[in-house]
Write a protein that binds this ligand. Structure first.
Ligand SMILES: Cc1ncc(COP(=O)(O)O)c(C=O)c1O
Ligand SMILES: Nc1c(O)cccc1C(=O)C[C@H](N)C(=O)O
Length: 396
């Protein structure tokens, strides 16, 4: 088993402590050279022949199997491609069609906006007969009533890092006759997952956060193998067809989860992701999780000792927290800008959340102490009051 951290596998700029891998993972060294090879050799020299000669055609399924291993799902049960928002839409449409007599989509008020927007858009396209319920995250378990068609939740809350009890909620959903969809955006590569054992009907996620696949890297969708053959995909694209190159006029779904593919795979991004996944070789998710909890507890203690004005927004109990730590602070936006100026990169989420990703693949205790010291300096000195830190960037 390989020890952590694995900093040498990442190309991080000097002088930066990166606490934003929960939004965009850093560049794995192997990914840059693989991109060069795919672009220059495969695309440049092999041209269209590369679909066969460089294995581009098999890439989506191969990468899907590597993700399946990281989320505890069966080989062949994960398809890759598109964006997470698209995968949410596909999963929710399939879930609603599995429960045609029910009209309620249950999510929570902390869910990522795109997931909620997708549910709203889908409901509109289905004639506005469905109701989207969004109780507070801690009230979801009790809100799973027998009129719920689909429970659609993000496992780790993007703002607070609060973790839903996946096994308990899935069991409750199934007991109530509802279909379960988990969004693993902030879980895949962050916490150990046993999707096969927990057995939700669907799990979706992105690969540019803790899986370090790069900006815009493809999303994934897992469909439980025993239901997949009954799914008629709403986005019936040719790459989800049983025989794409037969060019038949009518759609016939591919066997198994491959039917959730839509169009041409993003070959360069998939190749980058494939290379990025090498950093997990020989790494146990349990070891990553234990290290993340140690580092997170240290971070909380160090920040709280220096900054009484920052209020912990994440659960104090590590078992109830994903791989991020968030604090509430009214001047949070400016404080994050001041920290970025000092080489400590975290991010801000409305209305007052300072958010820090804890990623043991490339962070150690010295980084955590240095980051906490910088936070103490920015808050304690009042440096965040500087007008230059109040200017809002387009992407925050
Ligand atoms: C929980 C969650 N769901 C959905 C999304 C949207 O993903 P995408 O922009 O890849 O569609 C994100 C992040 O952007 C997210 O954090
Ligand atoms: N996908 C992003 C993007 O294209 C630009 C900026 C940020 C993102 C993110 O992924 C945000 C992220 N889902 C979050 O938890 O806030």
């Amino acid at each position: 088993m390989i020890d952590l951290p694995r900093k040498t596998l990442f190309d991080l700029p000097d002088g930066v402590i990166y606490l934003d891998g929960n939004s965009l993972g850093p560049l794995p060294r192997g990914a840059a050279s693989r991109a060069a090879q795919v672009i220059t050799d495969e695309w440049g020299r092999s041209l269209i022949r590369a679909w066969n000669s460089a294995g581009w055609m098999d890439l989506p399924a191969r990468v899907g199997d590597r993700i399946a291993a990281l989320i505890g799902a069966q080989p062949g049960s994960v398809a890759t491609g598109d964006t997470l928002s698209v995968k949410v839409f596909q999963a929710l449409d399939a879930a609603l069609k599995m429960r045609p007599d029910r009209r309620v989509i249950l999510s929570d008020a902390g869910n990522f906006p795109s997931d909620l927007y997708m549910a709203q858009g889908l409901a509109r396209s289905l004639g506005q007969e469905h109701e989207l319920r969004t109780p507070a995250p801690q009230d979801v378990a009790d809100a799973i009533t027998e009129d719920v068609a689909a429970v659609m939740l993000t496992h780790v809350d993007y703002r607070t890092g609060r973790l839903h009890d996946m096994a308990d909620i899935t069991a409750r959903a199934h007991a109530a006759g509802a279909v379960m969809i988990w969004d693993l955006a902030h879980s895949a590569g962050a916490v150990p997952l046993e999707i096969g054992a927990v057995a939700p009907e669907f799990a979706v996620g992105c690969t540019y956060k803790f899986l370090n696949g790069g900006p815009g890297s493809p999303a994934f969708i897992h469909v439980r193998p025993d239901i997949v053959e009954d799914i008629a995909p709403v986005l019936a694209g040719w790459m989800g067809h049983a025989a794409p190159f037969a060019m038949e006029p009518g759609y016939r779904p591919a066997p198994a989860t491959e039917r959730m593919r839509v169009g041409t795979p993003p070959v360069v991004q998939l190749s980058l992701l494939d290379a990025a996944l090498d950093v997990w070789d020989g790494v146990s998710m349990e070891v990553v999780r234990a290290a993340a909890l140690r580092l997170s507890d240290l971070f909380i203690a160090e920040v709280e000792a220096r900054c009484p004005d920052l209020a912990l927004a994440s659960p104090r109990d590590g078992a109830a927290r994903g791989s991020q730590v968030s604090f509430r602070f009214p001047g949070g936006y400016a404080a994050i800008q001041a920290l970025i100026d000092r080489g400590v990169i975290g991010d801000f989420r409305q209305p007052d959340i300072m958010r820090f990703g804890i990623t043991p693949l490339y962070l150690d205790a010295d980084d955590i102490r240095a980051a906490a010291a910088a936070i103490g300096e920015v808050i304690g000195s009042g440096a965040w009051h500087d007008p230059k830190y109040q200017i809002r960037a387009r992407v925050t």
